[in-house]
Ligand binder design. Structure first.
Ligand code: SF4
Length: 377
């Protein structure tokens, strides 16, 4: 009955439980507490989950296989609301950046990147970030709060609304649907592990959004104690924001390295569960002029990741106002990429996307500040 206690103290519309953040077992528990008979539970859960996450319905009125009486009851207890899109920018290359306002408080960003064969959505896990990576714009914004599971799932639902990308919709003007998810937006996902796990499990569910675990990549700056849990408890693919091959450089670029240094990080990755050539770790490596882009860096990188099935994403630095770094010269990037490739690792150079709207890697930042939270409290 613990969850019923939550619902029994609901006072107004805002305290309705948001269905988007509930797993099927959560929904089942809530329905049981509302009086749904045990023998009906699994069918009701499946119906609700499918209307919400597969058909993208925002109102119980559309759920025509549920009785009017039951729909009325549901609408008193639950909401299906997404974070509100308060700004949308579309790049000349088709990338879309959304600024969301939460129904609670705070603003955060999400990016949709259409490509030839797929459409990738880059979602945020926190508003702001505690980690201050020196090349990252988000790192200049203090942490406001963790995002809730319904806000993690809601980013995808809202973007699918905007793209008319729900099943049954035939009027989509875009050829590419949302097929892949990367958790690489604002925040460190492993500092919000439980909420991110809950959100991603909902996204993967076959009766809902049904995005395969192999099409979801979670990127961490290196929160060592949680890294194995990405495989054992979530099951999606893993990316590591590496960016440096010595502790000296990485301490500056990714300061969490002072807590868990390169040696600890690499040892953890060498024993990562289920590693194989089909489930490789992706190393993210931002190319910064005269900081980490030499041939010596490339050689150290190859040595470090020896025996780890992996791929290295080389990311030309995307400048932002006030940043101290410069983008590596294309020739340097080429030499670096060729060395890594010759050593047997795939080393694509990421094509910057959405630079004109500040939607590229490391450029996200909203105006939400912690002071707003403090005022609210
Ligand atoms: S790179 Fe990721 S972890 Fe580092 S400051 Fe930016 S958002 Fe935070």
């Amino acid at each position: 009955m613990d969850n019923y206690i939550n619902s029994s103290i609901k006072l107004d519309l805002h305290s309705k439980i948001n269905l988007l953040g509930l797993s099927k077992s959560d929904i089942s528990r809530h329905l049981y507490n509302l009086g749904v008979e045990k023998k009906e539970l699994s069918m009701r859960v499946q119906q609700l989950f499918s209307w919400t996450h597969s058909h993208g319905k925002k109102s119980f009125d559309y759920m025509t296989n549920l009785s009017k009486e039951f729909r009325d009851l549901l609408s008193k207890e639950f909401s299906i609301s997404r974070p509100q899109i308060i700004n949308k920018q579309i790049s000349i290359d088709g990338t879309r950046k959304y600024l969301f306002k939460s129904e609670n408080f705070g603003e955060f960003e999400t990016v949709f990147i259409p490509e030839d064969e797929r459409g990738t959505i880059c979602i945020s896990s926190q508003i702001g970030c505690t980690l201050n990576c020196s090349f990252c714009h988000t790192g200049t914004q203090k942490l406001v709060r963790n995002l809730e599971p319904h806000e993690i799932v809601g980013q995808i639902s809202a973007v699918k609304d905007d793209l008319s990308d729900w099943c049954g919709k035939k009027n989509s003007t875009l050829k590419r649907a949302v097929s892949n998810v990367v958790v690489m937006g604002m925040g460190e996902p492993l500092y919000n592990f439980e909420n991110v796990k809950q959100g991603l499990k909902i996204i993967m569910d076959n009766e809902g959004l049904s995005i395969s675990r192999k099409k979801i990549t979670l990127s961490t700056s290196g929160v060592v104690p949680y890294i194995h849990k990405v495989s054992s408890e979530i099951g999606c693919l893993l990316a590591i924001s590496l960016h440096g091959t010595t502790d000296e450089i990485r301490n500056e670029l990714v300061p969490i390295n002072r807590k868990w240094n390169i040696q600890e990080l690499i040892a953890t990755l060498k024993s990562y569960p289920n590693l194989s050539n089909t489930e490789r770790i992706t190393f993210e490596y931002v190319m910064l002029r005269k900081v980490n882009d030499s041939l010596a860096d490339a050689k150290r990188l190859v040595k470090l990741i020896k025996n780890i099935p992996s791929k290295i994403n080389l990311i030309p630095f995307n400048p932002w106002p006030g940043s101290n770094y410069k983008t590596s010269e294309p020739e340097k990037v080429k030499i670096f990429a060729n060395y890594v490739k010759k050593a047997g690792y795939s080393s694509p150079v990421r094509k910057p996307r959405g630079v004109d709207i500040m939607a590229a890697c490391g450029q996200l930042k909203s105006d939400s500040v912690r002071e707003k939270v403090l005022k609210k409290n």
